[in-house]
Structure formats: C-alpha cells, structure tokens
Design a protein. Sequence first.
Length: 299
Amino acid sequence: MLNADAAFHRSEFRNPYRFVKPMQQAFGGVASVLLGANILTAELIENHLCLFIIEAALAGKWITLPADEVRTEIFPGHLGHISVWNWFNKTLPKLFLAEISEWKSKLLDVESNKAVSTAETAIQHPLPATTGERRAWVDRFIVAVLDTTGRKITRKDIWTVAGYSEATDFERFQRNDKRTSKSALANFCRVLGMEPANFFRMLNKRNAESNFTRLCPLYPPLPFLLPALREAAYPDAISLSLGTWVDFAQLIKIYRAAPEGERRYSPAEVVSTEVVPVIGEPDPRKICTSHVERQNLTM
C-alpha cells in the first residue's frame, strides 16, 4: 500500500485519473500477500478486495469523498461508502478487470499445483509399459473427464494442458518410445493424474492464454502514444479500454472565426494550442494531431 501511495504522489498532478494505476498496483500487492498466506479466495478477489482498495484510496486521499457520506454495509460484514462504490461501478466498471483475471488465474495455478502434488501419488506404479496399456490409460482419463464435467476432450487437449503445442512428445509417451524425455514423461503422468475438474479448468486457462497470445503477440505491450483528440469523451474511453497501457494526452486547438466570404471547407487559422496530459507520461514531442489527420487523408 505504501508503494502504491508513493506511485500516486509521483503521478501527474493534473491527471484526473491519477488514482487508477496506484489502485491497480495496490490490488496486486494485497492479493500477493493474501495468496502467500493461503487465504486468498475467488470471493475476496471479485468483491471484497475491490471494496478494500477503494476504501484505502479514500483513506489515502487519492480520491475525494462527499462531506456527508457515511459508511454502510455493502457486503455482509464489510462497510464502505456506497456512493463512491456506485460511482466506480458506473464510471470505471473495468478498473480491476485485469487484476481480477490475473489473480484468479494465479489462484487456480496454486490450486492445480496442490491437486497435482496429491494426484502424483496416485499415478499408476509401475507405469503402463506397452502402447496398448498407455492408450487405454489415456482413454480412461478422457472418459473420466467426460463423466465428471460433461465435456468431451481429445488427446490434443491433454498435450495442451501439459504445455506442448505439438503432438510429437505425447505420441512418443503414448507408445512408450525410448526417445521420450524425462520431462515429457513427468508432464504427461502429472496431467493424467489430475482430477478431471482441475484438468478442465487448466484446459480453459491454456486455451484463453493461447487465444490472447495469438491476438496480442506483443503482450504485455509497451506504452504507446495515441493521437490527441479534443472530444471530452475520449479520456473515459481510453481509460476504460486501455487503462495504463497507453500514454494519452489531448492537444486542444483554438481557431479564429472564418472571415466573411471564405468557403465553408477552407482550413481555419489556428490561433493557439493547449496540451493537456491525461494518462501516463506522454512524450511532449509527440503530442500532435498529425497522425490521425494523415490517416483521415489516406482513408
């Protein structure tokens, strides 16, 4: 929390959303402590931790509070300022979206590792030695997942959860090929020893990671500069959709009135400009409208 407080006081004073990044940082820091203490749950992540960070931001004066606001029971046993909570839900509903997904994923990893350590003791000893025996082992696991989750999986799903993108290592394992590496043997035994429900959760996680990597191959992206635009809706739109991934500023141009007799679409004369940093740390040398104007001309 102290690190987040320091980040807030180092942020751009004129930025109306300067509390966003420190609150997200505080969320991660508190979640890390709770996870290390083995008391982090999905309920804490989705509801109570969000409320705690908002209340901490109020206490640290990162955000303002109406003078007559009193704390009420927002969740059973948890007090908070309802107007501020409602404002965040309405104005910044995705403020902690990335953090919630990240820490739910880490929580699943911890739970899966615990399940794996338990399941590894139940792996068949000795391991099936023939191709037929190993195929039957894989088939039994596929049936177990279907019976437990109601979802049919394939062999591809098994090597995906094991961390492989191709079938080569799995096929070697399945036919007891002497070229099967020790790591591949351990990985596939680990997966086939998982509880079906844990396997299915891990499969969903792997598929989500694969889709995200395919769509965003440079994740996590470096901050980049967006064209500066005048409309008042842009700060909220950028903050909600891209958060702290971007450096965003507005370049406000003031034009003089068009003299009589000029054509309607004649370019007006710029009499003054104002640069307003909004999010992040935009490079003053790159705050301009040339990028979007060039794009409009091209289109």
